[in-house]
Structure formats: structure tokens, C-alpha cells
Design a binder for this molecule. Structure first.
Ligand code: FMN
Length: 363
């Protein structure tokens, strides 16, 4: 569990409908909805770009807000920000939003490679920034594609096992994107120092009323609510108790407290094999996209190696914490983009996505 999955353990005592995968919504169970999200579409033709767009939506994205719009013309998919799905309190400059678009772009290109298509990405800075992916020529299948359907953010305690050096080298190699640096650390004293900064920044966020209100608006406490929305953060995906949405909204305000949230983070981080920071050091949308691409490649390689991960972004999200964190990383004030913990744990239930038609610009 994380602050994003905010029900503290105490909530279990008043939870109704615990373990809600069986909860039905218009005849659909959460398991059905999960299956329909994560089953690949059938390519209708060689030129079927919707088939590729479906894979693009199966990426990590901030708050599962799915903040993208896809525009397709012959041989090109353009990915734009859907600013109606921004999260202005936790992400006031849309950094995470553009990193999420980078994740989507990466999956789309990997899916293209799996059907033998070449893909060239260009970031166009005009009008707020967009990503053009031109599909032309041939490409060899990138094996990272094979992990797309198994990837997830796993917000649970891990088993404390450390990672093999060969695996760490393979992860660094897979995550290589021009201009993005990977800082990996697993030494206990470094992890503890980072934890201190994570906890300090987390305290600021949890105690910020606006942050809590925004987070709560993305939480789905019941399967029925998750199935209806098909976005946001469903409690069971983080191992949290489920309950009717109206009750969850009340309980959340009582249990979302810095002390319990910090304890949970400390336990989860200490159970992990290490932390990774993705850093481009350049603070513009093009580089935020690059950070997202690098993270996405890292997680797909990790998935293929049986390594789980979850975000601990607090020291890059809280502006007043970011420069101290950057200094501690030796980045001389450059912006660190994303922070994750990694390690070993069983899989959790997976998140849902809206139908791709909702995100495709119809012409
Ligand atoms: C840029 C970015 C920032 C994120 N920040 C956080 C975070 O701070 N805490 C967290 O628990 N998850 C974070 N997430 C993970 C999303 O909540 C997660 O990807 C989304 O809920 C979908 O779930 P899935 O990745 O398991 O499919 C972030 C994801 C992205 C791409």
C-alpha cells in the first residue's frame, strides 16, 4: 500500500464487502473487466493502428488518469496530452503527465516492432508538445514487448531478497534512452538516507488538504466504482480493503495520516532490493517524455526477470524537497524525474483502462 492507495490498515475493521472481486456491475465482475483490459485486440489489418494504441494504454500512468489522446493518420500515431485528465496538485507542471505519454509512446513502438514495423519518434514542442510516431519500414521484434501484458505497479511489501548484479546490468542496458540517466542503489545506508527524504516529503503531501482531496477523487473503493470509471486507483490493486464508494470517501479522511502512511512506506522500502532514480537533468517536456520511456523499458525488462516495482516519487513531487534530493544524488540541482523501489513479490490484481475509443480523436 502507498499514499496513493491510501486506506490504512485500520480501515479494514469497518470495511464492507472486503475482497470485492466478485462485486458485479451490470453483469461484469472486476475479473471480467481486468481480462477485457489486458487481452490484446485482434489486429484487423496490417495498417490497424488501433491495435497498437491498445498496447500504448497498458502503461503506468500517473493516478491511472490515462491523460492521453491518440490521433492516427496513415502511417502515423500522434500522442497528445489530455489536459482534462491532469492532476494539478501532485503534478502542477504536468511533468508526470508527459512522462506517462513517454511510457505510452514506448509501448506503442514495441508493439509495432512485434508486428515487424519500424517506428520513429519525434517530440514536437509546438502547441504544448506532442509525440509523433511514424510507422515505416521494418523492425525486428523487441523482446521487451513480451512483458507488456504482465507489467504492473506492485504496491505491496516485498520479500527482502536482493537483486543479482547481472540482472541490474541487464535492467540498466534495457532502460537506455538518450539523455536519461539511471541511478540505482541498494546499499542499506543509501536506501535509509533516501527513505528519510521520502518520509519527509510524504509528510508534507499527506498533511496538505488539497493533495488529499485530489488523491481521494481518483480512488475507487469498490469494484463497482472501478468498473464504471475504468480509471483511477482501485483499492484492491494495492491490497487495500474494498467498501462502498460513499463509505470509502468518509473512511479515507480518518485514516489518511502521515504517521501510518510513513510507517507503511518505511516497511515497503526496507523490504525492497533497492531504489532507482530516472533523471534527465533537463527540465522540459521533451525530457520528461524521455524519462517516461526509460522507466517503461526498465519495468518491462524487470517484469521479464520477475522483478516487481512501485513508485516512491514524493521527493521529486514536493518542490521544496526536490533540490535537496537532487543535491544528495549529486545532480547539482538538475531535476530528478522519477523514483521507484524494486524487488520480489507476488502479483497483485491489475488496474483497468478505459476503452481505447474514449482516447482516440475521431475525425
Ligand atoms: C509518471 C508516473 C508517476 C507515478 N507516480 C506514482 C506515485 O507517486 N505513487 C504510486 O503509488 N504510483 C505512481 N504511479 C503509478 C500509477 O499509479 C500506476 O501506473 C497506475 O495506477 C496504473 O497501474 P499499473 O501501472 O499497475 O497498470 C505513477 C506512474 C507514472 C507513470
Amino acid at each position: 500500500m502507498t499514499r496513493r492507495k491510501a486506506l490504512a490498515t485500520g480501515a479494514g475493521a469497518i470495511a464492507a464487502g472486503v475482497g470485492g472481486h466478485w462485486i458485479m456491475n451490470a453483469g461484469t465482475s472486476y475479473d471480467d473487466a481486468m481480462r477485457s483490459t489486458w487481452t490484446p485486440h485482434t489486429a484487423k489489418a496490417d495498417t490497424d493502428l488501433d491495435y497498437l494504441i491498445h498496447y500504448a494504454t497498458l502503461v503506468a500512468n500517473n493516478h491511472n488518469a490515462q491523460p492521453w489522446l491518440f490521433d492516427r493518420t496513415a502511417g502515423r500515431v500522434t500522442i497528445r496530452a489530455d489536459l482534462s485528465r491532469s492532476t494539478p496538485i501532485v503534478d502542477p507542471d504536468n511533468h508526470h503527465l508527459f512522462a506517462s505519454l513517454g511510457c505510452a509512446a514506448e509501448n506503442l513502438m514495441l508493439a509495432a516492432s512485434a508486428v515487424g514495423k519500424g517506428a520513429a519518434l519525434a517530440f514536437i514542442a509546438d502547441s504544448g508538445g506532442r509525440i509523433d510516431i511514424d510507422l515505416a519500414g521494418n523492425a525486428a521484434r523487441d523482446p521487451l514487448f513480451d512483458a507488456i501484458l504482465d507489467r504492473q505497479c506492485t504496491r505491496s511489501d516485498y520479500d527482502g531478497q536482493s537483486a543479482d548484479n547481472d540482472d541490474l546490468a541487464a535492467l540498466a542496458k534495457a532502460a537506455k534512452i538518450d539523455g536519461c540517466e539511471l541511478i540505482v542503489f541498494s546499499e542499506r545506508n543509501r536506501v535509509e538516507q533516501a527513505l528519510e527524504m521520502i518520509v519527509a516529503a510524504n509528510t508534507k503531501q499527506v498533511e496538505d488538504r488539497a493533495f488529499a482531496t485530489e488523491l481521494r477523487s481518483w480512488l475507487c473503493f469498490s469494484a463497482a466504482h472501478a468498473i464504471t470509471r475504468r480509471d483511477g486507483l482501485y483499492a484492491a490493486c494495492s491490497g487495500n480493503p474494498t467498501m462502498p464508494q460513499w463509505l470509502g470517501n468518509i473512511v479515507f479522511d480518518f485514516v489518511f495520516k502521515a504517521g501510518s502512511e510513513n510507517d507503511r512506506h518505511a516497511k515497503q522500502i526496507r523490504s525492497s532490493a533497492g531504489l532507482v532514480v530516472f533523471a534527465t537533468g533537463r527540465d522540459d517536456r521533451e525530457h520528461w517524455v524521455r524519462a517516461g520511456r526509460s522507466y517503461q523499458r526498465f519495468t518491462l525488462k524487470a517484469t521479464s526477470l520477475g522483478i516487481r516495482h512501485a513508485f516512491v516519487n514524493q521527493p521529486v513531487e514536493v518542490v521544496s524537497a526536490r533540490s535537496e534530493f537532487s543535491k544528495w544524488l549529486g545532480m547539482n540541482g538538475g531535476r530528478p524525474d522519477l523514483v521507484i523501489r524494486f524487488g520480489y513479490a507476488p502479483a497483485m490484481p491489475k488496474s483497468l483502462r478505459r476503452p481505447i475509443e474514449d482516447a482516440i480523436v475521431q475525425v
